[in-house]
Design a protein around this ligand. Structure first.
Ligand code: PMP
Length: 287
């Protein structure tokens, strides 16, 4: 079976053959939204939640959803089938399509719909066992971080800062409070209580964030969603980053200072194991 089959505007084709007009507003303005759906054993994980977030992002940029949820679902399964690998990362992108360059929306919109599959790469065991180092930075992104917009220049600049520092991620603060990381949500543990910033316009509502909260509640782990000060992060017992590809990962160094004892904490180890169990149960049910 051919690898790297993508979907573009109604057709499946090899990646090398895919073309988008240079006047596409995604290219000119970053005027579009995206999703990343992990698929385990060829089953998309939490697809309904991803489609809901996609709809929310589209509503947030006033762009009509070009496909029904049933169509997205069928295309997702077809794309998974046409690509190699049991575990895949499915990328969706919808832009406001090609139009003469002008900031305001075109009167007639023909959305560009693109889907591709990449191998799903989750953290290696050494990272799970040892944790990762992160740096911190001021969150200088815009005030609609809840929309999964393809305008990711802020996130790219921030992530590069982390890479330049040899760190895995950059943990961000806005006005002295924790927001998220450049491509993941952030949880901390203080006095044995799991804390995370509430969902609002300052963070992406992560699908993994929701799963972690669900697991914590189901297992009676104390959890609070509230604003978290920079001081609370810097003196936390544990810090985690979460995302569809990172899953749950312990941050053991922050700006060259050890977090807690400098190794993944007990609450992390418990959550990591519960997360793996949860995934397997969901996948077994889907099979
Ligand atoms: N925040 C940002 C800025 C992200 O890019 C991501 C990854 N898409 C997340 C949080 C985590 O979201 P999810 O758990 O849905 O992957």
């Amino acid at each position: 079976m051919a690898s790297d089959t993508i979907y573009l505007n109604g057709e499946f084709m090899p990646l090398e053959e895919a073309r988008v007009p240079v006047l596409d507003r995604g290219f000119i303005f970053g005027d579009g939204v995206y999703e990343v759906v992990p698929a385990y054993s060829r089953h998309p994980f939490r697809l309904a939640e991803h489609l809901k977030r996609l709809q929310n992002s589209l509503d947030g940029i006033r762009l009509a959803n070009p496909l029904s949820d049933a169509e997205w679902t069928a295309l997702t399964h077809e794309l998974i089938k046409r690509n190699d690998g049991d575990d895949q990362s499915i990328y969706y992108q919808v832009t406001r399509g090609p139009a003469k360059r002008a900031h305001e929306f075109p009167l007639e919109v023909k959305q560009t719909v693109f889907m591709m599959s990449n191998p799903l790469v989750t953290p290696p065991q050494a990272q799970i066992d040892k944790g990762v180092g992160c740096i911190t930075a001021t969150d200088f992104r815009w005030l609609k971080c809840d929309l999964k917009s393809v305008s990711l220049l802020g996130n790219c600049l921030l992530k590069q800062m982390a890479v330049d520092a040899g760190a895995a991620e950059v943990v961000m603060f806005r006005d002295g409070y924790l927001t998220e990381a450049s491509a993941s949500n952030v949880f901390i543990v203080r006095n044995g209580v799991l804390l995370a910033p509430p969902k609002n316009h300052l963070i992406l509502p992560g699908i993994t964030y929701d799963v972690v909260i669900e697991i914590a509640k189901a297992n009676k782990m104390p959890i609070e969603l509230r604003e978290i000060s920079e001081h609370e992060v810097r003196t936390a017992e544990e810090i985690w980053v979460t995302s569809s590809t990172k899953e749950v990962l312990a941050v053991t160094m922050l700006d060259d200072e050890p977090v807690g004892e400098g190794k993944p904490g007990g609450t992390f180890r418990r959550m990591h194991a519960l997360y793996q169990d949860f995934k397997q149960t969901v996948m077994r049910r889907a099979a």
